[in-house]
Write a new protein. Structure first.
Length: 184
């Protein structure tokens, strides 16, 4: 049951909850959350929920205290399912993995927007304390960090739209490679 991916209504609900309780240090939307969870299950060891749950909200002191216990349990269950379904997918069928990226229009073209997702991924890497990577694995992580680290914004701004979208295409294969390397 916990490996069933969230449906669109469940994702929309989580997105509303994240936005309602968002703050300067929390995860602000479901796309960023997907990146965060993906990093947790991709890395060398999956931290327990008690470790990553407070980080979603910006720290232990910012975890929302909901008066409705049923709603609190529902949110926790959705977060567990998101985590566990990503882990199962990357373990059993990594080629089917897709990140939860935005699609939007820019200069009259449909483009894939990954920055929120990549910021979430890099947040997950930091929280999980990934070890030093080999040169090859670091290159894979750099494909994600290009879009998930403000220090890289000048590089992104210098790219053409086509170059930017080609760099986006490297993200999902990077996740698959990193997961395969850590979980061989």
């Amino acid at each position: 049951m916990r490996e069933i991916p969230l449906n669109d209504d469940e994702l929309d609900y989580l997105d509303e909850v994240l936005q309602a309780f968002g703050n300067d240090t929390s995860i602000l939307d479901v796309n960023e959350l997907d990146g965060f969870m993906t990093a947790l299950v991709t890395g060398p060891s999956a931290p327990p929920m008690a470790f990553w749950y407070p980080a979603i909200w910006g720290g232990e002191e910012k975890v929302p205290e909901l008066e409705d216990e049923e709603e609190a349990e529902q949110i926790e269950e959705l977060l567990r399912r998101m985590h566990d379904s990503l882990a199962a997918q990357l373990r059993r069928d990594p080629e089917s993995f897709t990140g939860l990226f935005y699609q939007g229009e820019f200069e009259g073209r449909m483009v894939t927007v990954v920055e929120e997702w990549c910021f979430g991924f890099m947040r997950g890497v930091k929280l999980a304390g990934w070890p030093q990577l080999s040169e090859t694995q670091q290159r894979w992580l750099d494909c994600i960090a290009l879009h998930g680290d403000e220090a890289n914004f000048p590089r992104l701004e210098a790219m053409s739209l086509d170059e930017h979208q080609r760099s986006v295409e490297a993200i999902e294969p990077a996740v698959r490679e990193l997961h395969a390397w850590f979980h061989r």
